[in-house]
Design a protein. Sequence first.
Lengths: 379, 221
Amino acid sequence: MSKKKTEDVRTDVEQDLLKRDYSIGEILKERGVSRRDFLKFCSAMTAAMALPASFAPRVAQALDEVKRPTLVWLEMQSCTGDTEALLRSANPTIAEIVLDILSVDYHETIMAAAGHQAEEALDKTIAAFKGKYICVIEGSISMKDGGVYGSTGGKSHLDRARQVCAGAMATIAVGTCASYGGIAAAVPNPTGAVGVREAVPGATVINLPGCPVNADNLTATIVHFLVFGKIPALDSHGRPLFAYGKRIHDNCERRPHFDAGQYVEHWGDDGHRKGFCLYKMGCKGPATFHNCPSQRYNEKTSWPVAAGHPCAGCSEPGFWDTMSPLYKRLPNVPGFGIEATADKIGIGLAAGVGAAFAVHGALNALRKDKEPVEETKEG
Amino acid sequence: MPNQAKYKRYIWELPVRWTHWFNVVSIATLAVTGFFIGTPFSFGSSASDFTMGWIRFVHFTAAYVFAISTISRVIWSLVGNEYAGWKAFFPCVTAKGREKMVKMMRYYMLMDKEVPETVGHNPLATTAYFALFLLYVLMILTGFALYAQHAPNGIMHKSLGFMYSLFSDQGMRLTHHLSMWLIFGFIINHIYSAWLMDIKEHGSEISSMFSGYKFTVKKED
Ligand code: HEM
Ligand code: SF4
């Protein structure tokens, strides 16, 4: 390190760049992470990537050898919930490992640098590692009126995303906002918010929706890069299949109650206390693809359905609009008032048709038609 | 007497009748089980029961019957007789068809007193049947698209991929649910009209769907 106190931030950045010659294994050793914890982490990641356990040694070997990836993290229109999810890991050892592997080079929320220094660090990183760094984006991007509704460092979010994503090896959109626009994009979407894929069409984007993203899925996605050198297989919404390949409903621990026909009917009723299925309370598990039941949140502590709350469908496109009302199974029918449900309209329709035909029948019975005559002969 | 219904004619071939009754039974089954899927009662007394499981199983089995029956009827509209053929379902494209439709409409609206006679399908009815057929297709597509989600990236899920871009997941459920009510609306109309025409035409409208024979006054259409 430099002896001079006045040394500017640039030297720090350069020092930091030098460290990239070390492999992840070496860095972890240097930080005093035990081999045991490292292997535990590798097994957890292998499971998160939906690989068989026998892959764990290969993951460990690859991580031992691979160089630390460069990663920049941009904040757009977001609540920073995804950063929180990442930083608030309960178990400090694993959290350390996660942060060390991510080794974030630029993160507006957690970096020490500020102002022009920070901007300089970003420019330097993306120039020095063009085509090799990973860009993580949190939050939606405003498109309306040229993107004037969101900016950082005097640059609109849209311009920043275009600039940084263009040089990235891949962009990871963390959280529902970055993936599909999220709450900012909910009707009436005043800022014209969209997800990264839509804002920067040419970029290689991996969506990790969820509100917030599951930090383990983010780490697993990065580990997948490091181990296999390519992005994981994605579904049609750009989500990794290892984390979004199955419906919540098909892996849910309350599923036996669903199949049995045991449902929570009211909040706090006997069934609710016994952990029955939340289907009738508006659970969107049957409509939602995510690995919450197996991966869970906060170091695998819990997830909404385990805690007795129906799934809100937060990892699906447009969930604020399409998954509401949160506590009803089916959406309300647009144009029929707020409370009109499908069945009320259906009953109305059937009753209307029935009444119309009853009247018709009565009128018909009362009048004399010119009818074909009675006897029928074979032709 | 000039107005006698004196010709007995074989109108509805076997596949037409069979698919009709398969549709009736499967739609009834689908509606009852579908209602339960939409608003289940807490029947289960133990977590090892399988009430919803069986009901869904019946729904999906009936769904296959319904889909196969519907597809068979479409195939028959290409190979069957003129009454079963697909052209019968678009009476509005010919001038004669349009004229018959107007007559039929006037009769139904209680404007005319003369019962217009039809040998095969009544042209207003076939128009309604075509709309109903579209509802069937919608039911089958939304149903199988919802069903296929249990095995993402399977053949069914992949080939119905376009459905997931047309509908949001919940929108698909709502469409599946609401279309059932539209089918109910049709059924009320259908049973009433069949009964009405059975009485008015004396053509054995209702029994023709069992026997295949109708009785008509005129020899030709
Ligand atoms: C006329 C035919 C049909 C009727 C009347 C019918 C009726 C219904 C109804 C009322 C529901 C409950 C919807 C809700 O409230 O969520 C339902 C659900 C369902 N139906 Fe059908 N259905 C029909 C055909 C089909 C077909 C052909 C399939 C194909 C497999 C199918 C598959 C399903 C599935 C998978 C669900 C569960 C949806 C969910 O996950 O919530 N249905 N059906
Ligand atoms: S709680 Fe939700 S996800 Fe779980 S079985 Fe019931 S409906 Fe499915």
